[in-house]
Design a protein around this ligand. Sequence first.
Ligand code: ATP
Ligand code: MG
Ligand code: FE
Length: 339
Amino acid sequence: VLILAIETSCDETSVAVVKNGSEVLSNIISSQIETHRAFGGVVPEVASRKHVEVITLVIEEALATAGVTPDQLSAVAVTQGPGLVGALLVGVVAAKSLALAWGKPLIGTHHIAGHIYANRLVAELQYPCMTLVVSGGHTELVHMEREGEFRIIGRTRDDAVGEAYDKVARALGFPYPGGPHVDRLAREATEVVPLPRVWLEPGSYDFSFSGLKSAVLNVVNQSKMKGLTPDVAGIARGFQESVVEVLVEKAVRAVKATNSKQLLLCGGVAANAGLRAALISRCEAENIELIIPPPVYCTDNAAMIGAAAYVKWQHDGGTPLDMVADPGFSLEHWSVSAY
Ligand code: ATP
Ligand code: MG
Ligand code: FE
């Protein structure tokens, strides 16, 4: 089964050709980060316009790199949501046009299911499994009892981890996206500025990061008021230690509580060196099988959409051509229904 997959939910225009939901024949990613950096974050109108400019070229390049012609494709998949509505629309319109022109089925795909199934590109998944989703807009613990069935057992009540990283980075004087800068500073730090951990009610799998972010802002402001230069590396280290400790603890607890056979990590923050190292050593100690995709499959890409689309397609077939881009698309509702 050959699927052409399109992803335009945020600021990456990406098109991939994926075989059987696991073998990546091409995965072209055109990033707009340079364009948005000047604004300190993603500007929705600018993102849509950029997607329109490059989408046709990225589609052609994905086909050429894969050495595949449209008649060989089984289906066209596209991120239906969640994401920026104008950005999603560009991908959805392109996918519908191609599906119609080539006479191929369309597969509307959930973006976070894509992040989760990025793991299918690097390992064979065993169910039940637990996924820790840590991206720019989401922080969730997702339990999968079976293939394609998603149940969110914990989620952030305020900021997503990536969002918190970006805000903290900005407070420390670093440009968007700030996650990688905080990660690097944390590694270089010699001191640790102590910051609070937010556990919420006992037994809860939910997260909260806005209080931690405020604590960082307080430390920065207090140093400035005293005329001192804030210890940016120490703050970055303290922030990262707090985030990582809570994420690892709750993920491991969720694995045990659900008898999950594997723990999967995904989303842009999965690129974080501190989080990866802590999860690897903790899972080793607890005898939990941990899967982490390489960074290129952690941040937004179309290969992961092809992987999730394949699973959905196997169970439920295609999506009606009149489907619409949905910025609030629900992961649980996207679960496969054919059992
Ligand atoms: P969503 O998938 O929830 O819609 P998104 O697709 O915008 O959000 P991703 O592309 O998965 O998010 O991830 C981007 C986020 O990952 C940014 O917030 C960025 O700062 C963060 N990030 C990237 N690398 C690192 C790192 N090494 N450490 C921490 N955060 C990182
Ligand atoms: Mg992005
Ligand atoms: Fe994403």
